[in-house]
Write a protein that binds this ligand. Structure first.
Ligand code: AR6
Length: 329
């Protein structure tokens, strides 16, 4: 099931469990821990007292009291001490044991804060990388909806060459006067071919309108299933890589005329590692094109043209620029 990054206060999440970046006493503190205890009410602290603490990298579960979720999973992440004291392994362990505890308690959805990245001082970009990698590895094996909840804008820092290139690209798009003229050449071609189709239709209308309507081209759903076959992929591998919920995939599979949202259509193009031209074709079947006038489109196009099909990396970049994420519930 999907992994989504959202900008929210975690105490407002109404999923099955939220995770608390606690300390080993489990008796409350500042940051997200303080916010969770304040929102849950004093009963949460009373239950926490019965747990007698928790080692760093482990997790314990309680009720959620006045919070909208069902459970709170408390995990003390590591305090950053320069990186040479097993911090990364402990942080991974905090995510993994919390996810396992959620699964063992029948949770289907769970929300994490960026553990250790506040008061405990773990560098944020590295904390994010650990969170994404650990959650993603778990979702390879399990069906669960996982949210990573980012609270303050400053806590979402992307680093690295890909990201720097993307920032450059977005800046160029802004200053490039040619950009004002509209679409990418590829998208332009897409538009042209739509116009050509329209012209053909216009020539033929009105007598053969019915026949034209009957001669529908391959649909989005048909092209998607064909590509899955051609790539020798299983359905499950495809919807997981697309960050798409299994139920939505079944709906698309069984409805030949299914019209996905743009983020869903793009998610499948990424999962199937389609070339820029194939991506255009698939999007066109859903009634979309990639333009130069939207940040979402530019970011997606940037990754696809570089042959970088990691949906999680693309979503991090989309999130950083406040765009809709790829995939769907
Ligand atoms: N919702 C979502 N995220 C939040 C919220 C919120 N309401 N409030 C803060 N964050 P921190 P740590 C983010 O300091 O670094 C406590 O005293 C915040 O921006 O809460 O693991 C404990 O008792 C940051 O990105 O936790 C421990 O002693 C992230 O949550 C110690 O702090 C984690 O920041 C744990 O430190």
């Amino acid at each position: 099931m999907p992994f989504l990054i959202v900008r929210r206060d975690i105490t407002t999440m109404d999923c099955d469990a939220i995770v608390n970046a606690a300390n080993t006493s489990l008796l409350g503190g500042g940051g997200v821990d303080g916010a969770i205890h304040r929102a849950a009410g004093p009963e949460l602290l009373a239950e926490c007292r019965t747990l007698h603490g928790c080692p760093t990298g482990q997790a314990k579960i309680t009720g959620a009291y006045r919070l909208p979720c069902r459970y709170v999973i408390h995990t003390p992440g590591p305090r950053w001490r320069g990186g040479g004291h097993g911090e990364e392994a402990l942080l991974r362990s905090s995510y993994r044991t919390s996810l396992e505890l959620a699964r063992d308690n029948g949770c289907q959805s769970v929300a994490f804060p960026l553990i250790s990245s506040g008061i405990y001082g773990y560098p944020r970009a590295q904390a994010l990388q650990v969170a994404v990698e650990t959650i993603r590895a778990f979702l390879e094996e399990h069906e669960m909806l996982v949210y990573l909840v980012i609270f303050d804008p400053g806590s979402f820092v992307l680093e690295g060459e890909t990201y720097e290139g993307l920032v450059r690209r977005l800046r160029e798009e802004r200053t490039d006067t040619a950009a004002k003229s509209g679409l990418f050449s590829a998208a332009g071609r897409a538009e042209k071919s739509v116009c050509e189709e329209a012209a053909v239709c216009a020539d033929a209308a009105p007598a053969s309108l019915e026949r034209l309507v009957e001669q529908l081209d391959e649909s989005f759903s048909q092209m998607l299933l064909r590509k899955i076959d051609e790539k020798h992929m299983t359905d499950a591998a495809c919807y997981k890589r697309a960050n798409i919920d299994r139920k939505l995939f079944s709906k698309i599979r069984s409805d030949v005329h299914y019209r996905p949202s743009k983020p869903t259509a793009v998610a499948f193009a990424v999962a199937l590692e389609l070339s820029p031209e194939e991506t255009e074709e698939l999007l066109r079947k859903a009634g979309f094109a990639l333009s130069r006038s939207s940040r979402f489109d530019i970011i997606v196009d940037y990754f696809i043209r570089r042959g970088e099909y990691d949906i999680y990396a693309i979503n991090e970049a989309l999130f950083a620029f406040d765009q809709a994420l790829l995939g769907s519930l």
